[in-house]
Design a protein around this ligand. Structure first.
Ligand SMILES: [Zn+2]
Length: 171
């Protein structure tokens, strides 16, 4: 083995997925910086009250109880999410961070398979106890629609995490 190869084998890329997971769930003595949320994750292979007409999907029934208005049958997923409010100041200080203004959640890479699935899903704040654990039975507090899901990738294209731009839905 050449010196170059030996050196190369020791170069480890920082695992940003692991860092994000550690930030959200806590790692070592670091407390979690995320909190539990419920995500209604749609199954794009299982349409509910939605049909395709000449290649385009129509609007789902907002009052449908089976899919909760999403159009596709969802699965309830519980995951840690980090919440932030992006203000106009942050936006102007870092214009390369897209046109962000409003509420945003960060979740780990494995929560969604792709952008379309993320943007058709919904996120709920749920009741947590003083230790941050989910109160059972689960009680929903606020519903958010996911307006835009931004996949953060490293240079090689590997998905690191999702940023979800959300909008509170009045119920
Ligand atoms: Zn439905």
């Amino acid at each position: 083995m050449s010196i170059l190869q030996q050196t190369f084998n020791h170069v480890k890329e920082p695992d940003i997925r692991a860092e994000v997971r550690g930030m959200l769930y806590g790692i070592g003595s670091e407390p979690p910086r995320g909190h539990w949320v419920q995500i209604l994750r749609v199954n794009l292979n299982r349409p509910c009250c939605i049909n395709k007409h000449s290649g385009k999907w129509d609007e789902p029934n907002p009052n449908c109880k089976a899919c909760e208005g999403l159009g596709f049958f969802p699965t309830k997923v519980y995951t840690m999410a980090f919440y932030s409010f992006m203000s106009g100041d942050e936006k102007s200080a870092a214009p390369e961070i897209l046109h962000i203004h409003g509420e945003r959640y960060y979740v780990t890479n494995e929560v969604f398979v792709d952008q379309r699935q993320a943007e058709l899903s919904a996120l709920y704040e749920i009741l947590l106890d003083a230790n941050g654990n989910i109160v059972e039975p689960v009680q929903r507090v606020v519903r958010y629609n996911i307006k835009a899901a931004v996949p953060y990738r490293e240079d090689h294209g590997k998905l690191q995490y999702w940023a979800l731009n959300v909008e509170k839905q009045e119920v």
